[in-house]
Design a protein around this ligand. Structure first.
Ligand SMILES: [Zn+2]
Length: 508
């Protein structure tokens, strides 16, 4: 299965791979981040020699003079409190704090490479959500004596001889025929070859002139000490970046992890090959293994003195119910479980979950369905800690920060989302498959990582001064912050947020 499967629906992968981008300047943090993201995008040679390159990224305050090629040059500039993509003559930047710097570098590198992808017309005009080879057998059953449902005595065998599941459907053309319908699994080598050699051709010529985009991402500067616990739910596209950005920031600020506890929840039993181009914490060795312990192991390597718990599990209604706000200080309950990668299944007990959420300073929601986001929002209301929620799919991403007692997911998005269990993710076996690309997940995961650091800060109310909602669109490469005084309902509510969220969740 191609590592780039989930991004090929968004970009012309061959064009991305052939991009010739030079970098100018010596800033090592930006260099490393660009190298990492370019590798995950599949750019085959990066950086490219300056005299042969089509695009140039000037790093931070490096000197650069140009007379003619401005449209192909951009500057990636650190700010005191963020990062900015700007024109090549703008050098009025600043120096971020050590703890925020790695995340700003990741966000900046993603924005810069997104800008090149955008300007070089690598972006498809429509997103291809899925491509598959469909197999249909049309069957005339007129000579068949059994019941149609008994057709299960037949099996469909795939190219490698193994059985593939199929559906039985009647044909509505008065022929009396029926259809056996199946689609071939992408893990099969032959199928993969056929799929990779097909292409959806866009017959409209791309527009050549694309407006230059100036993008700025800023959040309150953070310099103080950090300590305490947090829960991270979901360790895939967003969660892996959130954990990585936060732990790299701590490491960069000289923290070994002492005094930090992170609890990672993810029910996903399987790191898949197409996860590897976006999900920063995983590599080839993790394929086929559950995500939560693999993520925990990587974070432990970055922060050796941190306490990392993990549960290969969902956070659902049972977990919401199990939170009774009494922290159990008994030796056994609070004992941190050793990470044992030999263990196939590791599920935290209701009591441990209660303890984890009750002592957490924030919940980072990186999940793939709306109902779970509401459950996490209800837990955040119940234990009175911030919810740091993000979503990224295709070319868009979104961040929501909800700080109790002000607001909740239901007040922002309506009761309907409590009943919406549809899983929208890049995994093969979900209901709504989505294409996704590293730029969107790294930007939003890193933003969540920064917000997580802010929530663990000893500087009082740092997260309070963060934007409560922001959006990014990859086609325009534009970040927009929704002002808190807008007409958007940030906190309207008759009862308490906890109560009406639970009642919405209980209405099926
Ligand atoms: Zn509410």
């Amino acid at each position: 299965m191609s590592r780039f499967l989930r991004q090929e629906g968004l970009v012309y992968q061959n064009k991305v791979e052939a991009l010739k981008i030079a970098i100018i300047g010596e800033n090592q943090n930006l260099k490393n981040a660009l190298q990492q993201i370019s590798e995950q995008l599949g750019i085959s040679k990066f950086p490219y020699p300056e005299n042969e390159a089509d695009y140039k990224i000037i790093l931070d305050k490096a000197e650069y003079f140009s007379e003619s090629e401005e449209n192909n040059c951009l500057r990636l500039l650190f700010l005191h409190d963020g990062v900015k993509l700007t024109d090549i003559y703008d050098t009025k930047g600043g120096s971020p704090s050590l703890i925020q710097l790695p995340a700003f570098a990741m966000i900046g590198a993603s924005l810069a490479l997104q800008e090149v992808i955008r300007r070089s017309n690598c972006i498809r005009r429509v997103n291809i959500v899925n491509k598959q080879i469909k197999i249909e057998y049309r069957i005339d059953t007129s000579g068949y004596e059994g019941n149609h449902s008994e057709l299960r005595e037949f099996q469909m065998a795939g190219p490698d001889g193994s059985f593939i599941p199929f559906k039985i459907m009647p044909l509505e053309d008065d022929s009396g025929h029926i259809k056996l319908v199946s689609s071939l699994d992408l893990s099969n080598q032959d199928v993969n070859e056929i799929l990779e050699s097909t292409e959806l051709l866009d017959m409209v010529q791309p527009q050549q002139e694309i407006q230059t985009s100036v993008v700025e991402f800023r959040v309150p500067r953070q310099t103080g000490m950090v300590s305490g616990s947090a829960a991270i739910v979901g360790s895939g596209g967003l969660g892996s970046w959130a954990l990585y950005a936060a732990s790299k920031g701590l490491q960069n600020a000289g923290c070994s992890g002492a005094g930090i506890e992170l609890a990672i929840f993810d029910p996903d039993m399987n790191v898949e090959p197409h996860n590897l181009n976006r999900q920063i914490l995983f590599n080839q060795k993790d394929l086929g293994n559950p995500k939560a312990p693999a993520a925990a192991k990587k974070i432990k390597e970055i922060l050796p003195y941190s306490d990392i718990l993990f549960g290969i599990q969902n956070i659902g209604m049972a977990e919401l119910d199990s939170i009774d706000l009494k922290v159990h200080n008994g030796e056994e309950e609070s004992k941190i479980e050793e990470i044992d990668l030999g263990v196939e299944l590791s599920i935290l007990s209701p009591q441990t979950i209660n303890d984890v959420f009750s002592r957490s300073k924030a919940i980072v929601s990186c999940v793939d369905n709306l109902r779970t986001r509401v459950i996490l929002s209800a837990i955040s209301s119940k234990v009175n800690i911030p919810l740091i929620n993000a979503g990224a799919a295709g070319w868009s991403g979104q961040l929501d920060i909800i700080i109790p007692p002000k607001g909740c997911m239901i007040c922002r998005y309506g009761e309907g989302i409590a009943r919406n269990k549809k899983i929208v993710s890049c995994q093969e076996d979900n209901e709504i498959p989505v294409s996704s690309i590293v730029t969107s997940t790294s930007i939003f995961g890193a933003i969540q990582g920064l917000a997580l650091l802010a929530s663990l800060s000893n500087e009082s109310d740092l997260l309070q001064s963060w934007p409560k909602q922001l959006f990014w669109g990859g086609r325009s490469n534009n970040i927009s912050v929704v002002p808190e005084d807008s007409s958007f309902p940030f906190s309207t509510c008759d009862t308490t947020h906890e109560e009406h969220q639970i009642s919405a969740l209980q209405t099926v």
